[in-house]
Design a protein around this ligand. Structure first.
Ligand SMILES: NC(=O)c1ccc[n+]([C@@H]2O[C@H](COP(=O)([O-])OP(=O)(O)OC[C@H]3O[C@@H](n4cnc5c(N)ncnc54)[C@H](OP(=O)(O)O)[C@@H]3O)[C@@H](O)[C@H]2O)c1
Length: 360
């Protein structure tokens, strides 16, 4: 990429900015709203919940909360020490709960298909809640083994495939209990910078989508890594809008909802710093404005659990671009992605990517 880099600045500034490690792991932000919110949640006994990305952050909080509320819970994670440890912590905290750790690497469509087959074997009763939570942010311009942008496949395309594969189980649960839910996890980033979904980001062009950006661009959360993240989070919202319209038109009792966590102090930023997409010095300052992972999980949990949550609703700490923290409130899907052109583009390009139809 062209443009100024940190190397153009004075050596002392460059040293401080580039060498300061991210201390997010040491920063403990206390939950502010979560205890009251948690007390308002209903029992989830007799519900089967499937959730991706529970090794840390909002997914870990959500998995723990619905387990505590009595649900049968399947956590879908790629194999790692983090996956083993977090599942051991969950089963250790709730030894009598009905918990299952299903291998699912969202960078691989084959892994997603295998995970969906495992879910079908484990859940003949159906699936009440599918929470498409997992995500990565500001990674380098690399292709997955399937050829897609690593952020778009992890954050959206694999969740699109997982949802298609689990739709019969969601419909089965909805027939039995009157409703089931698909919950996607978007971000404030859906609004940046253009609010327009661009087809190439959903195509097999991984590794050729703008490069990795300069140090300065990554310092100020701009540039191609961030554009690709923004597109994937816009795709999460557009997927929800498309699902909502298709399910409603089909008379289905499966709901489609979407959440955003504001700015939450999770492992997401650590991964970005490790991968060069954020600078430790700036991230330390920026994350002082974050809320706890518990408070960040309230939008996701609202969509998953609240009895009055409706299809086509968005839950988060506000709808604006500075909605960093606060109680999760519902708001309507927004016209910049809830329009025919964007919904059709999202659906057709996602079908093309997974190599097959997703009919509702
Ligand atoms: N934190 C925020 O401020 C913020 C803001 C807006 C939106 N969000 C969204 O919130 C969601 C949860 O993120 P978080 O903040 O809780 O971050 P996090 O702590 O990093 O959690 C992300 C989860 O996704 C999993 N994941 C990543 N790549 C995966 C893959 N290929 N296959 C399976 N799982 C994978 C991670 O597992 P591994 O251990 O395997 O990496 C981890 O469990 C994401 O969709 C993110 O975009 C977060």
């Amino acid at each position: 990429m062209c443009g100024p880099t940190l190397r153009d600045r004075s050596p002392s500034v460059v040293f401080v900015v580039t060498r300061t490690p991210y201390d997010g792991a040491m920063t403990v932000i206390s939950p502010k709203h979560f205890p009251t919110f948690r007390a308002s949640l209903p029992s989830m006994a007799d519900k089967t919940v499937v959730i991706t990305g529970t090794t840390s952050g909002t997914g870990q909080i959500a998995a723990r909360t619905v387990t505590e509320l009595g649900a049968k819970v399947l956590v879908l994670n790629r194999t790692s020490e983090r996956s083993t440890r977090s599942f051991a912590e969950l089963t250790g905290a709730f030894p009598d709960a009905d918990l299952h750790n299903v291998e699912c690497d969202l960078q691989s469509f084959a892994s997603v298909i295998s995970a969906a087959e495992a879910v079908a074997r484990l859940c003949p009763e159906g699936v009440d809640v599918l929470a498409n939570n997992a995500g990565v942010m500001a990674l380098a311009d690399t292709a997955t083994g399937d050829g897609f942008d690593v952020q778009m496949q992890t954050n959206h395309l694999s969740h699109f495939l997982l949802t298609r594969e689990l739709m019969p189980l969601l419909e089965r649960a909805a027939e039995g209990s009157g409703e089931a839910r698909i919950v996607n996890h978007s971000s404030i980033a859906r609004m940046s910078p253009s609010k327009t979904l661009v087809a190439k980001n959903l195509e097999k062009q991984g590794g050729h989508l703008g490069g990795d950006g300069s140090s300065l661009e990554n310092l100020i959360l701009r540039g191609p890594r961030w554009q690709r993240y923004n597109q994937s989070k816009l795709a999460n919202a557009a997927f929800t809008a498309a699902l909502h319209h298709k399910l409603t038109n089909a008379g289905s009792n499966v709901k489609a909802l979407v959440a955003h966590p504001g700015l939450a102090n999770t492992h997401l930023q650590q991964t970005s710093v490790n991968e060069g997409g954020m600078v430790g010095f700036f991230t330390n300052m920026f994350m002082r404005f974050a809320q706890s992972p518990e408070d960040g999980a309230m939008g996701l949990l609202s969509c998953m659990c609240l009895p009055d949550a409706q299809s086509g609703q968005f839950y988060g700490p506000g709808s604006g671009s500075n909605a960093f923290k606060g109680k999760a409130e519902p708001f309507a899907l927004e016209s910049f992605y809830d329009n025919i052109e964007t919904r059709d583009l999202l659906w057709s390009k996602s079908e093309e990517a997974i190599g097959g139809e997703f009919s509702i």
